[in-house]
Design a protein around this ligand. Structure first.
Ligand SMILES: Cc1cc2nc3c(=O)[nH]c(=O)nc-3n(C[C@H](O)[C@H](O)[C@H](O)COP(=O)(O)OP(=O)(O)OC[C@H]3O[C@@H](n4cnc5c(N)ncnc54)[C@H](O)[C@@H]3O)c2cc1C
Length: 371
């Protein structure tokens, strides 16, 4: 589409998580008339860290927000997998680090800084909090969304970024239900001073216990903090399980004594516990004027650390497809054709168990399946 056509394009983005916020920033930079609608009264994120992979970092460069993201993150060279007791199994450089004009290291960031950086790039008049979308209708060359506050908005393009429990996906595309992975994730951000010297560099580590528990240990040295995530098997399918710190610490029996002490010392008020869910791949992400991005389209388990990364890469690919195509409809088809093979593969690989110490050949099993 010509720049003048994009400037006349009215876009409604539903959901102010990483995907919706990124799409709003990128389309605003293209000059589109884009507005973001979020159900919550404020944007925010749980206390946890995330690794922004090299392709995501490249998208930040392309859309002019690299410096802002870099100022609130640390650059990491590799991912290391160890036994629960701390014996190294393998370490591997982040894939694609050297595939760009400039070296793109993975950047470790607090989720709150990640969302705030996007939101800070959205003009205030384009951000609408307290807007819970309840229905969507595609008219062909436009779509109308209604909100629970009675407001109705018609746009040339509606982007659904409402996450794993997307209403738009259920109403227009596929009535798939989230699939429980029989696991809980317990996450907290703690001071690096309380880690018994375990923070020695900016690299992400995973400790793999014999009892099925995993510890994801993600330093945020620019904050003097660490994101500490225990993922462990459970048959309790609550979205927000009620678990005590003693129960969480018990998941690390046999682990490095320092990890056990960190778990025992967790502040219950700072711990977020969640049931772990994904969805099965769905066939179609778009109609004429409505499109899914992020978890709404392809929620995946967190074991490959890819969900938020793919969400941002979707937003970037969608903005690029609008620039390259001659209509919204053809842009949506182009976007899906470019993105879906990758996310289908990641959904599949993310469901696979980590191989045991002896069988583990790579820290990035997705490399065999995606470009
Ligand atoms: C334990 C755990 C660890 C993870 N670790 C990583 C990691 O290391 N790396 C990584 O890349 N990914 C990770 N992920 C995945 C990542 O968190 C998700 O993929 C990502 O948050 C998806 O972003 P999203 O914008 O698509 O959806 P969400 O973040 O779910 O945002 C959806 C937004 O839409 C809003 N909304 C919903 N319904 C409506 C409605 N009807 N109207 C208006 N607004 C609505 C919600 O309030 C929310 O703000 C992890 C996930 C989990 C559970």
């Amino acid at each position: 589409m010509q720049n003048s056509e994009i400037r006349n394009l009215k876009v409604a983005v539903i959901g102010g998580g990483f995907g919706g916020a990124a799409a709003t920033v990128f389309l605003d930079k293209l000059g589109a008339d884009v507005h973001l609608y979020e159900q919550a009264p404020a944007t925010g994120e749980v206390g946890a860290g995330i690794g922004m992979r090299p392709p995501t970092v490249e998208a930040f460069r392309a859309w002019g927000i690299f410096d802002a993201m870099a100022s609130v993150s640390s650059a990491s060279d590799y991912f290391e997998i160890l036994t629960g007791a701390g014996e190294p199994i393998l370490r591997e450089e982040w894939p694609k680090k050297h595939e760009y004009a400039q070296e793109n290291k993975t950047r470790l960031i607090h989720r709150a800084d990640f969302i705030d950086t996007f939101i800070n790039h959205i003009p205030a008049e384009r951000l609408h909090l307290g807007h819970k979308m309840v229905s969507v209708t595609d008219h062909g060359d436009s779509a109308t969304v209604t909100f629970d506050n009675g407001r109705e908005v018609t746009a040339d393009l509606v982007i659904s970024a409402e996450g794993i429990r997307s209403t738009v996906r259920a109403q227009l595309f596929a009535d798939v239900q989230p699939v429980f992975a029989h696991a809980h994730a317990h996450r907290a951000v703690i001071s690096a001073d309380d880690t018994y010297g375990m923070v020695t560099d900016d690299n992400f580590r995973m400790y793999q216990g014999d009892n099925g528990s995993l510890v994801y240990f993600l330093p945020l040295r620019h904050r003097n903090q660490v994101s500490f995530d225990i993922t462990a098997p459970s048959d309790d399918d609550s979205w927000r399980p009620d678990v005590t710190v003693d129960q969480i610490a018990g998941l690390l029996d046999g682990f490095d004594e320092r990890l056990q002490r960190i778990a025992r010392n967790l502040d219950p008020a700072a711990v977020t516990s969640r049931g772990v869910y994904d969805i099965d791949p769905i066939d179609t992400w778009h109609s004429d004027s409505v499109v899914l991005i992020g978890d709404a389209a392809h929620a995946m388990l967190h074991h490959q650390g890819q969900g938020a990364n793919q969400t941002v890469q979707d937003s970037s690919a969608l903005a690029e497809a609008l620039q390259e195509s001659d209509s919204v409809q053809s842009a949506l088809a182009l976007y899906q054709s470019r993105r879906k093979p990758t996310t289908d593969a990641l959904q599949r690989v993310s469901r696979e168990e980590w191989d045991s110490k002896e069988g583990l050949k790579t820290a990035f099993p997705e490399k065999a399946s995606i470009d």
